[in-house]
Design a protein around this ligand. Structure first.
Ligand code: SF4
Length: 280
């Protein structure tokens, strides 16, 4: 029988992108602008020039060197395969009428947001300290999952911001319950501007770092055990030798966007990025 953490891992695995079952939706539906993350401009609904006919990326093995770092830190949370295979029943946008393709590209970002919520709710349910709200979390998980299976027309008109707000109330309560049981000071750094901050070795156990801007922050050797990292911007933050054991609401794109090494301790819900190996 699976224990709680294994169950969590099994569920979270379903919420990771599976490009084999997706029609390259993130490479078409989403816009991006020429910047440090993307070499070129691309409009929403327009296929990226690097997207091949088989829906695979033509420069996948050299995205970073080619100026497309932004693509390496993106995760659809499994929305790509859901929209491709369930919402649109396996109908490839390349062989479909323009209206069908447009609708597909409209729906994808909506389902992506819902799947991100599914990720957080699934993780919250695996946190023993959140037991007082587990029943509410289960209801919210079921309702969100149901929404992801609505027809395309319903999804396109969904007020996803309102749904996010409802879920956020529960996630905040979860955060309070979990951090209350964390030893340490549990600092409130919610939405804090910590860009480039020198936080080497900082005691951030049980800290509320929701939405904090930690871009390029020096977090080497920092103690982030039990911290809430939902929405924290970790681009280029240095997590070398940092301890994130038990940190929660941390997603793979956040970790992928940061720097780290063999000494970085991560929670079981995320994996060590391959590009960290170059720094080992
Ligand atoms: S560079 Fe590759 S991964 Fe990035 S949008 Fe283009 S095809 Fe997709």
């Amino acid at each position: 029988m699976l224990d709680a953490m294994q169950e969590e891992t099994a569920d979270l695995a379903e919420l990771r992108g599976d490009c084999e079952r997706c029609f390259g939706l993130c490479c078409v539906a989403l816009p991006f602008s020429a910047s440090a993350d993307f070499k070129i401009d691309k409009a929403a609904g327009k296929p990226c020039r690097n997207l091949r006919d088989d829906h695979r990326c033509g420069i996948h093995a050299r995205l970073r060197q080619s100026g497309f770092t932004g693509c390496t830190v993106y995760d659809c949370f499994g929305a790509g395969q859901k929209v491709s295979q369930i919402t649109f029943a396996g109908q490839d946008w390349r062989n479909a009428p323009a209206e069908h393709a447009r609708r597909m590209f409209d729906v994808f970002p909506v389902v992506r947001q819902l799947h991100e919520l599914l990720w957080y709710l699934t993780e919250a349910l695996a946190l023993p300290a959140a037991r007082p709200v587990h029943a509410d979390l289960r209801r919210a998980l079921a309702a969100t999952e149901r929404l992801t299976r609505e027809p395309a027309e319903e999804l396109a008109g969904l007020d996803v911001a309102a749904h996010r707000q409802e879920i956020n109330v529960l996630l905040l309560r979860t955060s309070e319950l979990v951090r209350a049981g964390t030893r340490g000071r549990g600092k409130n750094r919610r939405n804090a501007d910590l860009i480039g901050a020198r936080l080497k070795g900082a005691d951030l156990r049980g800290a509320d770092l929701r939405g904090a801007y930690l871009i390029a922050a020096d977090l080497t050797g920092a103690d982030l055990r039990g911290a809430d990292l939902i929405g924290a911007d970790l681009r280029d933050a240095d997590l070398t030798d940092a301890d994130l054991t038990g940190a929660f609401f941390l997603t793979q794109p956040q970790v992928d966007a940061a720097r780290g090494g063999a000494g970085t301790r991560l929670p079981g819900s995320v994996t060590r990025p391959a590009h960290w190996a170059a720094r080992l």
